[in-house]
Design a protein around this ligand. Structure first.
Ligand code: TEU
Ligand code: CA
Length: 557
């Protein structure tokens, strides 16, 4: 297994809009992030991935970029960015930018030109089609409801937008588009950034002829799966790698919606001809509904174990895993897999952080921050939730109260409430009026309180990160082989990690009930060491182990 710094890293994702507001306008900003750099260094992470900070009208909170080489007004200035980069580097923390190049904002200069006339030199920077029988060119739906096509009066044609109508898809088949994107990426690399997280990068190559997709029972349009892992996607990423990525010591992670293990072996191949790793979404799709994500299904643990084990086994030695359950698009994992108790937060974290791959900690996850009781749809801010509520209720496809309870459980806004710094008004996030409601539990769950409590979720994450990055078990945790135990057990997630004759046993009772687990005889002996546990005493190992609710421990055996 080839060593690499990005394999030995722990990444912290910041959603700048909700992290820390330095000027009282209720919106997080770059100076706010810089002011919290010591907190991040204390946690022990060594890479920060920031969601987009570029100029944007914020139709999708920065994932609609109007100028890739300018900073969003609300977030500050390029000088503020340079200061943040320096402060991070001085602490040994690398900065990974969010690269959103499947689409731009409709306010980007390229699109303003492209839509001005059919003959404009930049017309083919985007995907324009004539109406078909007087309507949209195909039956694709936008991820944010409605058709994926928007009619443009000026030039009497439709343009494609897999997300909001203010996020027109770039035409990656046009070599000029690739040139412009690679020039911009080079500009950021020359500034000294340390990598890219690539937004929906699996969608940049559309299927030939843009054919209709299948409209699922209960849906209004064909899903975005049609656009994932398209015919030229690997060709374009290999070109990006040759022309930009391979020239810098940077880290790259693809957000590859719809990726399979087979595709991931190409995107994240060990030869390094494309990206270092990818985010897969099968595990966070296990509690989806029949048609879309709006359900309250719970994830069945054996199914989760089977899926994560597939990814651990299949990529071992041929590619590299990212490990996450939280980000700005996912509900809070302690509400989704746990019971919102600190002990369940630590148990989930242990299950994830002891696997092979690069772990990603999402802002507030290290505190055990939970989903937020938003209540009425008016309290939501996320375009995905608001549009889904309107479309599905107006079409009579979902009953409003039932849908609202599913939105409460799965909305991306659950991850976007302000970071809870302390028990002061607005959780210390802002001295102004926050752009989105603060979770009412901020007095119980906040960084200041947890920094004063040695038994807090924060210090548990600090210890987990320390074990991976700076301990005698680091190589074993980063590079050791993964082997699942007890595949059928409905409460316990147990696995081993092995390297050069040393072995770890990870035991997590991911349930609210005490349970027993039978261990293979050779694992039942007294451990050489207990690396970490979320209870005073780790469970005693034997043929049968009794685990309290949400109890976990990691042993060297
Ligand atoms: O997300 C892409 C994506 O797959 C999301 O639509 C995800 O499937 C959905 O939000 C889950 O409910 C990326 C960004 O992470 C997201 O924040 C952006 O809204 C989206 O792309 C468009 O840029
Ligand atoms: Ca601000």
């Amino acid at each position: 297994m080839k060593r690499a710094w990005w394999k030995e890293s722990v990444v912290y994702q910041i959603y700048p809009r909700s992290f820390c507001d330095s000027n009282g306008d209720g919106i997080g900003d770059l100076k706010g992030i810089t002011s919290r750099m010591d907190y991040l260094q204390k946690l022990g992470i060594n890479v920060i991935w920031m969601s987009p900070v570029y100029k944007s009208p914020n139709d999708d909170n920065g994932y609609d970029i109007a100028d890739y080489q300018a900073i969003m007004d609300e977030f500050g200035t390029m000088e503020d960015f340079d200061e943040l980069l320096l402060e991070a580097h001085q602490r040994g923390i690398r900065i990974v930018m969010d690269l959103v190049v499947n689409h731009t904002s409709d306010e980007h200069a390229w699109f303003v030109e492209s839509r001005s006339s059919r003959e404009n030199a930049k017309r083919d920077y985007y995907i324009w089609r004539e109406a078909k029988d007087g309507r949209e060119p195909n039956n694709w739906g936008s991820c944010f409801s409605g058709s994926a096509w928007e009619w443009d009066e000026t030039t009497q044609m439709y343009y494609l937008h897999c997300f909001s109508k203010k996020q027109p898809d770039l035409n990656w088949d046009n070599p000029e588009v690739r040139d412009r994107v690679f020039e911009m990426m080079t500009w950021w690399c020359e500034k000294g950034i340390d990598g890219f997280r690539m937004d929906v990068i699996s969608m940049i190559s559309k299927p030939e002829g843009l054919p209709d997709g299948t409209v699922a029972e209960g849906a209004l349009y064909a899903g975005s799966g049609m656009t994932c892992n398209g015919p030229h996607v690997h060709e374009y990423l290999q070109e990006m790698n040759r022309r930009v990525l391979s020239r810098y010591d940077i880290m790259t992670v693809g957000e590859t919606a719809g990726v399979t293990v087979e595709e991931a072996k190409k995107y994240a191949n060990a030869e390094g001809t494309e990206l270092n790793m990818v985010f897969q979404f099968e595990h966070v799709g296990l509690d989806g509904g029949a048609v879309d994500k709006w359900s309250r299904n719970k994830i069945y643990l054996p199914a989760l174990k089977e899926n994560l084990t597939k990814w651990q086994r299949e990529l071992a030695g041929v590619a590299w895993n990212s490990i996450f359950f939280s980000n700005h698009d996912q509900p809070r994992v302690v509400s989704r897999l746990g019971d919102e108790s600190p002990r369940s937060a630590k148990c989930i974290a242990t299950m994830l952080h002891m696997m092979q791959g690069t772990p990603y900690v999402y802002q507030g996850e290290e505190l055990g921050m939970t989903n937020c009781p938003f209540g009425p749809i008016e309290n939501y801010r996320d375009i995905e939730s608001i549009n889904a509520y309107r479309e599905l209720t107006e079409a009579g496809l979902r009953e409003p109260q039932e849908l609202l309870s599913c939105i409460a459980y799965k909305s991306r806004d659950n991850a976007r409430t302000p970071m809870q710094w302390d028990g002061s008004p607005n959780a210390g996030f802002t001295s102004g009026t926050p752009w989105i409601m603060v979770n009412p539990n901020y007095r119980e769950i906040n960084a200041e309180k947890e920094l004063a409590d040695p038994d807090s979720v924060f210090y548990y994450y600090q210890k987990l990160i320390g074990l991976r990055r700076r301990s005698e078990w680091s190589d074993l945790i980063v590079y050791g082989d993964y082997e699942l135990l007890l595949p059928e057990h409905e409460a316990v997630y147990a696995y081993t990690r092995s390297l050069d004759g040393r072995r770890l046993l990870v035991l997590c009772n991911l349930s609210a009930q005490e349970t027993q687990a039978k261990l293979p005889a050779e694992l039942a002996g007294g451990p050489k060491a207990v690396l970490i546990a979320n209870t005073e005493k780790a469970p005693r190992l034997g043929e049968t182990v009794t685990l309290e609710k949400w109890q976990c421990a990691v042993y060297e055996i």
